[in-house]
Design a protein around this ligand. Structure first.
Ligand code: HEM
Length: 510
């Protein structure tokens, strides 16, 4: 799974070990060892029973091998076709919540939907995000993904409110349609249209441009290319040795972020000037920069606008969760459909009907057309369930917490495994089967504890509805424009969810 994707399916993890990094790897291992010893000491205290809570004990489990704990098994499961096997094995021995030691630290893993719910909802006051050091460095202190309390709530509400608004959806629907159609038509303009094309790359092209447009209204061209290039450099550093010295990966990524920041800051400054000139008649907000600049701080009582540096940094940081997730779900939906001709036929049928209706009435598509396609929504939910891009949520307990007879001790990291819940036969019949029809019975409910691909609580993904809309539009135009044959490919779950060969497909116009 998933598991070692550090929950960042959106993260490109690349370990580039140069000679300096090799030296540092040794230092890093030493540090891991110290952490291990500290973990052991904690474990001994626990055995002696000098715990703050007399009644409850932390979940059962094992620390595994000295130094590496259970990391190897954890990583290895990510390379199998059943990435939840690491979790399942321990669940069968210790129960749904257990203790382990992976990635250099003791961790409590929850595969229990009710415990996960409490962890996700107790945001900010008891549980805070807990990312690997390199991610913390790269995100910066003011990132929405890291901040807690009132400011996180405010930022979340502004961005979520904008992305959920019907005005935004109406506008972005047109943008997505244009972008999807442009990409689809380019497939036939190639020198040899019978050559396979790599769906994983094609979907990325569409979604990055849309993401940048919704955040800061940059159109395709030189600036867009600059952003693409620099952003790719930034995300390479998300999981690497957190050393900020020249020559190291982290340094290069931080430099790339600086360059991006300069450009984004200029867009924010220009927009601020335009806003001042249009103070009396500002019109509807176009993008996330607009809504952040216009917010006056009424909702949290501060009555203060957000600092321009804070806005600029967050625009870049919001690209991180949005960049990889949507194109991967698009690609994997096509993969699952290619392997399930009956499901594909149902999807084509539903979408052909919509197209026919639109052609006959000569009406334009509106966003509700796409999201009301029941079977298509089932395909998206089923893809999200099976290939949970963000497989788990990492949190740290700020105090001792009791949840359903478990004690989570202060300072411990909790990994709320979403995939384990999605792939548990207690929650889903035949969980390994791609079955979009199952959603006809249960409906697509984001409130259900058993289906949380977008997280939950105060940090529920603000891009949820937008993502589903974008994927629906892509699937509609793909299946009504082309048929395809997908070449043999495999899903890999480590370090992030990907298809091994980028899903090569040969397309034929309908
Ligand atoms: C299939 C696509 C997506 C999936 C599965 C997904 C999943 C998630 C999950 C699980 C979280 C919660 C993380 C946590 O609790 O720590 C999250 C947060 C977030 N997502 Fe998404 N996401 C997707 C697409 C997007 C897109 C397209 C955007 C941008 C427009 C976006 C922006 C964010 C932001 C800003 C947060 C942080 C919210 C906060 O901490 O307040 N996501 N996402």
């Amino acid at each position: 799974m998933t598991q070692l994707r550090f929950q960042f399916s959106w993260i490109e993890m690349k370990w580039t070990l140069g000679k300096w990094e090799l030296i540092c790897a040794v230092v890093f291992l030493g540090w891991l060892f110290c952490k291990y010893l500290m973990g052991r000491r904690w474990g001994k205290q626990e055995e002696r029973g000098d715990q703050p809570h007399d009644r409850l004990q932390p979940p059962r489990g094992t620390s595994g091998w000295p130094l590496i704990g259970e990391t190897i098994e954890f990583i290895a499961s990510g390379y199998t076709s059943r990435p939840v096997s690491f979790m399942e094995k321990r669940k069968s021995i210790y129960g749904k919540v257990f203790k382990t030691h992976i990635l250099g630290r003791p961790i409590i893993v929850s595969t229990d939907p009710d415990v996960n719910k409490v962890v996700l909802q107790n945001q900010g006051n008891v549980f805070i995000p807990s990312y690997p050091k390199s991610v913390i460095e790269l995100l910066g202190e003011s990132s929405i993904l890291q901040i807690n309390g009132g400011l996180q709530k405010r930022l979340h509400a502004i961005v979520g409110g904008f992305l959920r608004s019907p005005q935004f959806k109406a506008r972005i629907t047109k943008d997505i349609q244009n972008s999807v159609k442009l990409t689809l038509s380019s497939w036939m303009d190639r020198e040899n249209p019978r050559q396979p094309l790599y769906l994983q790359d094609e979907t990325k092209k569409i979604t990055f441009e849309i993401l940048v447009r919704l955040l800061m209204s940059v159109e395709p061209g030189e600036d867009m290319e600059f952003l693409k290039r620099e952003f790719m450099e930034v995300i390479k550093g998300l999981i690497c040795l957190p050393i900020k010295l020249p020559g190291f990966r982290m340094y290069k990524s931080l430099q790339a972020k600086e360059r991006m920041l300069k450009m984004v800051r200029k867009v924010v400054d220009d927009r601020k000037t335009t806003m001042k000139n249009e103070a009396k008649n500002p019109g509807l907000p176009n993008d996330v920069i607009d809504v952040l600049l216009r917010d006056t701080g009424e909702s949290d009582g501060t009555q203060q606008g957000l600092p321009l540096d804070f806005i600029s940094e967050n625009i870049i940081e919001m690209m991180i969760p949005g960049e990889d997730s949507v194109p991967m779900i698009m690609t994997l939906a096509v993969k699952y459909l290619s392997d399930n001709p009956t499901a594909l036929a149902c999807l084509v049928d539903e979408n052909e009907k919509l197209k026919k209706r639109k052609d006959e009435s000569c009406e334009e598509y509106v966003w509700t057309d796409y999201v009301s396609l029941q079977f298509t929504q089932g395909v998206i939910s089923e893809t999200l369930r099976m290939a949970n891009i963000i497989n788990a949520i990492w949190r740290k307990a700020l105090e001792d917490v009791e949840i359903n007879d478990y004690l989570i001790p202060k300072g411990w990291c909790v990994l709320a495994s979403l995939t384990s819940v999605h792939m548990d036969e207690e929650n889903y019949e035949n969980p390994d089967e791609f079955d979009p029809w199952r959603w006809e019975k249960t409906g697509v409910s984001v409130k259900s504890n058993n289906f949380t691909p977008f997280g939950g609580g105060q940090r529920l993904c603000p891009g949820l509805e937008f993502s589903r809309l974008e994927i629906s539009i892509f699937l509609h135009h793909l299946v009504t424009t082309y048929t395809w044959v997908a070449e043999e490919d495999q899903i890999v779950y480590f370090p992030t969810v990907k298809t091994r060969r980028k899903l090569p497909v040969i397309v034929t116009p309908r």
